[in-house]
Write a protein that binds this ligand. Structure first.
Ligand code: S3P
Length: 436
């Protein structure tokens, strides 16, 4: 018997209610990091109390930054300035978080002290050469395990020089690592991306007073700048909202309101894809939350049809493919995904694991190198191994809402990395879901 935590998910009732989705993971990581580097005290509101983002906060405590938690989802960060971090006395544990490890690699490569970044089993299998290579070009010294894997042993005390980096991958984490190192480098550092990715680093550095030039797919900053403390309001995470958008679309009779969800255009590819499929999702009460566009999303059940997902949308929905696969499973006609090879190096190989999940529930999925064709059909009960991937687990729970029998979702503990309280929120909205 394994000691892994499982859920049993099954058809519930039509989904209804008004839901508050937890704070954005990408924004929460960066808010703690940049507040820690700033001169002065910053308050963060709406901080994601997930394991990933708490791991990042803990890393900064180990680096000598005082971080208070006056109440859940709030942090008060006493910034130490760009030159105020202290040498850690033990390895820094990033948990499951690629964002934490890759951004920290850029930041720590520029410090006068040595450090070691470690992660959990999943993170320990994820490629780090994509950050260690450009950082080495800047003059950093980072040792990885064989194959460019963590732990990262970072040798401090090396002067960095700015580079013009043309990134081979569309990755906000890679871009951000180079820009953070660039803050400490001699001269200017620029990053050009093959496709524009989320620009939170650029927007937030700018909010912290850094002079940074950026446009979709491009960013440039000068080294030697300081950050000025500022308060950050974290919007609700679109990637967490995504599971409810799909669930309410596929379960007949559903209507959900998701309050004040972050709608940064580099994150909302799934919204566009679902609308192409015929989904009924309205945006209401638009406003701005800490400089980010937000709105309530009101989603009602609607019959979906299969689509060829436009490749240009892929980077804007890179975390949403597990949810998209489930929408596709319940549509009329096949859905084709291409140009999504990056999914193979996420928290799990999401093309393989999500294809296997739908097959375990009775569907046909044809997997390719960089995508899959999902053939819809009637979902059956079964067992699905989430491979410890939070988004696979949640997507499977959504699929189970349309399955003929019970679905045991194995290895779900990592849902807490991005969406603590998912099970309670989903259960309250009408999902059939219990601990198994
Ligand atoms: C993130 C960037 C994306 C995304 C991840 C969060 C970020 O990763 O998948 O969940 O916060 O910068 P990549 O940079 O690897 O595409």
């Amino acid at each position: 018997m394994s000691d892994k935590q499982n859920w049993t998910a099954s058809r519930g009732r039509p989904l209804s209610g008004t839901l508050d989705i937890p704070g954005d993971k990408s924004v929460s990581h960066r808010a703690v990091m940049f507040a820690a580097l700033a001169d002065g005290v910053s308050k963060i509101d709406g901080f994601l109390e997930g394991e990933d983002t708490r791991a990042t906060a803990k890393v900064f405590s180990q680096l000598g930054v005082k971080i208070e938690t006056p109440s859940p989802s709030r942090r008060i960060v006493h910034g130490v300035g760009v030159d105020g971090l202290k040498a850690p006395s033990a390895p820094l544990d990033c948990g499951n978080a690629g964002t934490g490890m890759r951004l920290l690699a850029g930041l720590l490569a520029a410090q006068p002290f040595d450090s070691v970044l470690v992660g959990d089993e999943s993170l320990s299998k994820r490629p780090m050469r994509r950050v260690s290579a450009p950082l080495a070009e800047m003059g950093a010294r980072i040792d990885t395990e064989e194959g460019g894997l963590p732990p990262l042993r970072i040798h401090g005390g090396h002067a960095l020089r700015g580079i013009d980096f043309v990134s081979p991958v569309a990755s906000a984490q890679v871009k951000s690592a180079v820009l953070l190192a660039g803050l400490y480098a001699e001269g200017e550092t620029s990053v050009r991306e093959p496709h524009p990715t989320r620009d939170y680093t650029e927007r937030m550095l700018s909010a912290f007073g850094v002079d940074i030039e950026f446009s979709p797919g491009y960013a440039k900053l000068r080294g030697g700048q300081r950050l000025r403390a500022t308060d950050i309001a974290v919007p609700a995470d679109f990637s967490s909202a995504a599971f409810f958008l799909v669930a309410a679309s596929i379960v007949p009779g559903s209507e959900l309101r998701l309050r004040a969800v972050g709608l940064n255009p580099r994150r909302t590819g799934l919204l566009a894809a679902l609308r192409l499929m015929g989904a009924d999702i309205r945006e209401e009460n638009p406003s701005s939350h800490g400089g980010e566009p937000v709105a309530d999303l009101v989603v009602r059940h609607a019959p979906l049809r299969g689509i060829e997902v436009p490749e240009a949308l892929v980077p804007d929905m890179i975390d949403e493919f597990p949810a998209l696969f489930v929408a596709a499973a319940c549509a009329e006609g096949p859905t084709v995904v291409r140009g999504a090879a990056e999914l193979r190096v996420k928290e799990s190989d999401r093309l393989a694991v999500m294809s296997a999940a739908l097959r375990a529930l009775g569907l046909r999925v044809d997997e390719t190198e960089d995508g899959a064709t999902i053939h819809p059909g009637s979902l059956q009960g079964g067992r699905v191994d989430s491979h410890g991937d939070h988004r696979i687990a949640m997507a499977t729970v959504v699929a189970a809402q349309m399955a003929a029998g019970e679905v045991v979702v194995e290895d779900v503990a990592n849902v807490a990395t991005s969406f603590p309280g998912f099970d309670a929120l989903a259960g309250g909205a009408g999902f059939g879901l219990r601990n198994a």
